[in-house]
Write a protein that binds this ligand. Structure first.
Ligand SMILES: [Mg+2]
Ligand SMILES: [Zn+2]
Length: 187
């Protein structure tokens, strides 16, 4: 059996690209604004052995405000931004359901993280999630990964680590002892 690999799960809006206004969506590719330093940060995480997986709530699809072709175009832009650093998103996972759909994948539920982990052979105990909302933190915690909150609106976050942005989050993660390694060495 292939050994399980560690991953960093990345929220999309607010981590890789600027968020639209509250309760708004990135609806066209022209509205996409990638955040500075994401390529280098993703490259550093890749060199450290992390698989990169995006987990994103996109309720605008259910509401008919976001077309799935736009999601695909955004994926291409993100991959192009990461490529010079040797990084690549291994999979994009979206919850495209509306609030009343009763799905188990809309964050704060952990469904997207668990699905991505199972499809990519991920060791959750050695993994982390980076998000800009407490629902990301809750989803990561429910999935059993280390949680990193970026762009906190205040200093009240339940995340394990707080960072200004993805580059700072990557630096903080890389400075952490690996949890799996730590549990082995303390056994
Ligand atoms: Mg977000
Ligand atoms: Zn869902």
């Amino acid at each position: 059996m292939t050994p399980l690999r560690p991953a960093v799960f990345l929220d999309r809006d607010g981590v890789l690209n600027e968020t639209a206004a509250p309760h708004a969506y990135v609806r066209t590719i022209d509205e996409l604004r990638l955040l500075p330093g994401i390529g280098e940060a993703a490259g550093a995480l890749t060199r450290a052995g992390y698989v990169l997986l995006v987990v994103s709530n996109q309720r605008g699809v259910a509401r008919g405000l976001v077309d799935s072709s736009v999601l695909a175009a955004i994926e291409e832009r993100i991959q192009a931004a990461l490529e010079p650093s040797g990084a690549h998103i291994a999979g994009f996972y979206y919850c495209t359901h509306d609030l009343d759909a009763g799905c188990d994948c809309r964050k704060p539920a952990p469904g997207l993280v668990l699905q991505a982990a199972s499809e990519h052979g991920i060791d959750l105990a050695a993994s982390a999630l980076v998000g800009d909302d407490e629902t990301d933190v809750q989803a990561g915690r429910a999935a059993g990964v280390l949680t990193v909150r970026v762009r906190p609106a205040s200093d009240t976050s339940d995340a394990d680590l707080i960072a200004a942005d993805l580059p700072a989050a990557a630096a903080a993660l890389l400075a952490q002892p690996r949890r799996a390694a730590r549990s082995i060495s303390s056994a």
